[in-house]
Write a protein that binds this ligand. Structure first.
Ligand code: G4P
Length: 521
């Protein structure tokens, strides 16, 4: 039996970030297979279709009551307890996707080696960078022809501005993919080889120590040269830089053919951090502290009107959660018993009896919780730092279809905004503008206004805008125009919504004294 400290130190809680189609689901499935959490690939999401469109997702919500099974996946591997948090993309992209990154201790970035770094990866990376968490890179799809590895490494450094350290280096790619030269374990891992031949040792000079046909290949010679270049001119391996999110270890592989995945997993678990302290209004809280505490990073509303329950996702930050324990909600000071709790696995939803720092639990919620809430056990009540605000990109003007329903309309909007489902802005004529990072947030909003507040809303989409706040918050209202709309956020601060990048640059050149900023930069 592990002690409490050992339990906490064995936790590895992370999210996989990527642009849709890079291979996040495939990699997740391989990891779950290693952990024995699932038995066959294709279990995490619908096989073939791979991902759900919003409409399918709602259909699934309807059929199953609430669908959260793949939000958090847990498995044991080599003495570690691994928690993978899903970060939905595509039409499911929402502020919750960003917020999930506030609940992890590290992130794995999956990149399609043929496409390089894509827009959604950049967005998610920025949030990880904001938090300074370690980022591990998996360059995927080496079984296909992609960009040259040196180009991919340069892209990481140039586009994302993070130092990269290749842990291994591909020998060829596509049909000519022979394997990876493993700089870290000092061996070559051969592609599609029989078990006994899979790992070939290197000698002191870094060359194959055994006789192997690969030695005759020009690709092998090229890799020896490239690795020499990396050794001489590349970044140094630094555990400290990895921990501070300044350097990303890069692993090449192919999730689909399960090549390089196990090596990646084992090295990742070794260097990824255990649960880290979290800052509160009473200073840093140590994950080894005995007092139970956690914060809510996501609330999943039920789309089915027959089941009004919601699930609040809690990241445990200290102490031990036990079913039935009483906790205080720091925001209200109210104490209640946590009897209805659920833990998430890939295939199944089971009741959790115990969880420690690093784990995620789901609480059935009937409207008690808000995103960012802290719950604590015991006398010392404190509050974790509020979650960051994420800059919305999509906007829509919202009104009630039936003018007689104004009261419910306002109540609904204010509660949903409080809860963090969408962001609210007002024009100078007091029109309501909603902001979101993904279309899903609007769909959920419309649905919940109808089901929970009995109000049909009319959404007039005004498209994507670039939102910028103003440093000293002072502005001449006459600057409001269709290309740079002036609105106020829920804290009554001025915000410009620019039509596009060009409008933003034009404005900045014309008004150099107005200092604009993006809270996510
Ligand atoms: P995502 O969750 O990041 O959106 O990506 P997902 O894993 O669904 O993978 C997207 C597509 O890329 C899938 O193909 C998947 O089979 C493929 N893929 C993932 N990893 C690799 C790899 O290492 N090599 C190659 N060649 N392909 C890979 P699909 O045809 O879109 O879906 P499916 O019909 O096979 O499910």
């Amino acid at each position: 039996m592990k002690t409490y400290t050992e339990e906490v130190k064995s936790r590895r809680t992370f999210a996989i970030i990527s642009h849709p189609d890079a291979g996040k689901t495939t990699l997740t499935e391989q990891l779950l297979l290693f952990g024995g959490a699932i038995r066959a690939a294709g279990t995490v999401k619908g096989k073939k279709s791979g991902k759900f469109a919003t409409s399918d997702w709602m259909e699934i919500e309807k059929q199953r009551g609430i669908s959260v099974t793949s939000s958090v996946m847990q498995f044991d591997y080599n003495g570690y307890r691994v928690n993978i948090l899903d970060t939905p993309g595509h039409e499911d992209f929402s502020e919750d996707t960003y917020r999930t990154l506030t609940a992890v201790d590290s992130a794995v970035m999956v990149i399609d080696s043929a496409k390089g770094i894509e827009p959604q990866t950049i967005k998610l990376f920025k949030v990880c960078r904001m938090r300074g968490i370690p980022i591990f890179t998996f360059m995927n799809k080496l079984d296909r022809v992609g960009k040259a590895p040196l180009e991919l490494i340069a892209e990481l450094e140039e586009v994302l501005g993070i130092e990269a350290y290749p842990m291994n280096w591909p020998i060829g790619m596509g049909k000519e993919f022979l394997g990876i030269y493993d700089r870290f374990y000092h061996r070559i891992e051969t592609f599609r080889a029989e078990e006994g031949d899979r790992f070939l040792p290197l000698d002191d000079r870094g060359e194959l120590a055994v006789n192997h046909p690969m030695k005759e290949s020009a690709l092998y010679t090229q890799v020896l040269e490239e690795v020499e270049l990396l050794n001489e001119a590349g970044n140094e391996f630094s555990e400290e830089k990895i921990r501070n999110g300044l350097l990303t270890p890069v692993f090449f592989g192919s999730a689909l053919t399960n090549f390089g995945v196990q090596t990646f997993l084992e090295t990742f678990l070794q260097f990824a951090p255990e649960p880290q302290p979290r800052h509160s209004d009473q200073g840093d809280i140590d994950p080894l502290d005995e007092q139970f505490s956690g914060f809510i990073f996501k609330i999943q509303a039920n789309m089915n009107p027959k089941h009004r329950d919601r699930i609040a996702f809690v990241r445990v930050c200290s102490g031990k959660f036990e079913r039935g324990m009483s906790v205080t909600l720091a925001r209200t000071g109210k104490t209640s018993k946590l009897s209805q709790s659920t833990q998430f696995l890939a295939d199944d939803r089971s009741t959790v009896e115990e969880a420690v720092s690093g784990d995620i639990i789901g609480l059935y919620d009937t409207g008690t919780y808000q995103i960012g809430d802290t719950i604590v056990d015991g006398k010392k009540v404190f509050q974790y730092d509020p979650l960051p605000v994420f800059t919305p990109e999509l906007f829509a003007r919202v009104t009630a279809k039936n003018v007689m329903k104004q009261k419910q309309f306002h109540k609904g909007i204010h509660q949903l905004v409080q809860e963090g489902a969408v962001q609210l802005f007002k024009t100078k004529y007091e029109d309501y503008i909603l902001g979101a990072v993904g279309q899903l947030q609007f769909d959920v909003f419309v649905n919940r206004m109808k089901n929970e507040y009995n109000v049909d809303v009319v959404m007039e989409h005004i498209g994507s805008k670039i939102a910028r706040w103003i440093e000293d918050d002072s502005v001449d209202e006459r600057l409001n125009s269709s290309r740079n709309m002036l609105v106020r956020d829920r804290n009554d601060r001025n915000v410009f919504l620019f039509e596009n990048n060009f409008a933003l640059r034009w404005f900045q050149e014309k008004h150099p004294n107005i200092k604009l900023y993006n809270p996510m930069d």
